[in-house]
Design a protein around this ligand. Structure first.
Ligand SMILES: [Zn+2]
Length: 354
């Protein structure tokens, strides 16, 4: 008998080489972890919290306040997705109910982008929003991916026509929030190799694998704007959309002192690389903002606190219904001075126009 066939009969070899073809539907697969490790529910954060990234247009301020009170959230920044009169109404609804508890970031209005006077129209719109009390202006991922000018060309993030707007917001003392591009997996095909397959299956419109511009190019356009406007303060939403590559984000922060980040919707990414993420958060503690980007709910906030404050291992991350990927996260156990900056102090700097 040859050595190969003897090996094939060996009980141990048979055991460690066995594989099965299974046909359990992925949607029906809901394994339960059998790990027995410490679990800490964090009802209230160690310090008062400012949630710098949320969307409250569909909520009522009284309902949101109840959740905020239950979860130690001192202030919540609503990034309104409304423009024009509808935006003014949202701003008024929140600022009238509890002006000290809510702030609003305005949404860049692309209507009329094909007009030759679009830049001037935008400057006026931004001034009107600032008069009504906005604390920032958001440029969403539609810039670079879908917004087209009169010639039908995609508007670049670093388009020269937008230069006066980035200068104007600096003059007005408010930051620009950029949500440019999306997670890396959204730019790869929605197939069996995609680590966010189920999420993209639920939201096929979030997939950008067929678009004419790469994620790297979109980020390069954005990074040029951040470098070109040193007097403007920028907030890179969702860890500057590069939480899969914190070394890249570190370089970006090192070369641009005018850049801040928010952690919203990126707990799954940060929590699956806890050693790297913890080092990063410690090193850049002055530049990172707490934000959630999820429906304001008590359990959601508590999961964020558990992630930031405890050493708990392998637990569910806060997420929308379709989840982000099939993994769990690990707590970062951040020290008090870092938590205090992340939860509140860094946001106050931006809200106070410093
Ligand atoms: Zn958001």
């Amino acid at each position: 008998m040859c050595i190969e066939s003897k090996r094939n009969e060996d009980k141990f070899v048979v055991m460690v080489t066995a594989k099965a073809e299974v046909d359990l539907r992925l949607s029906d697969f809901t394994p339960i972890s059998q790990l027995k490790v410490a679990e800490h529910e964090v009802e209230k954060p160690k310090f008062p919290v400012i949630d710098y990234h949320n969307h409250l247009d569909a909520q009522q301020p009284e309902d949101v306040l109840r959740v905020m009170d239950a979860c130690g959230v001192e202030k919540l920044v609503n990034i309104t997705m409304q423009v024009g009169q509808a935006a003014y109404e949202v701003i008024e609804r929140y600022h009238k109910t509890a002006p000290e508890r809510f702030a609003t970031i305005g949404w860049m209005d692309w209507s009329g982008v094909e007009r030759s006077d679009f830049t001037q129209v935008s400057l006026d719109r931004v001034e009107r929003l600032v008069e009504r009390g906005i604390c920032g202006l958001k440029f969403w991922k539609d810039l670079g991916l879908t917004v087209r000018d009169a010639s039908g060309e995609l508007m670049r993030v670093d388009d020269e026509r937008l230069v006066p707007i980035f200068d104007k917001v600096a003059e007005l003392g408010i930051p620009v929030m950029f949500h440019t591009a999306d997670p890396d997996a959204f730019f790869t095909p929605i197939d069996k190799f995609n680590e966010r397959y189920e999420e993209l299956a639920a939201h096929p419109d979030w997939g950008f694998s067929g678009v004419p511009v790469t994620k790297a190019e979109l980020l390069a356009q954005r990074d040029r704007v951040i470098a070109r406007h040193p007097k403007t303060t920028f907030v890179g939403a969702h860890m500057a959309e590069s939480s899969e590559n914190l070394a890249y984000v570190a370089k970006l922060l090192d070369s641009n002192p005018n850049l801040y980040l928010d952690i919203s919707a990126r707990t799954p990414e940060l929590g699956r690389q806890p050693y790297t993420a913890r080092k990063f958060m410690m090193q850049y503690a002055d530049r990172i903002l707490f934000g959630t980007d999820l429906l304001p709910e008590v359990d959601m906030y508590r999961l964020y606190y558990r992630f930031l404050e405890t050493e708990d291992e392998y637990f569910e991350y806060p997420s929308h219904a379709s989840r982000q990927g099939r993994w769990n996260i690990y707590g970062l156990s951040l020290p008090d001075d870092v938590l205090e900056k992340l939860y509140r102090a860094n946001a106050l700097k931006l809200l106070n126009g410093k």
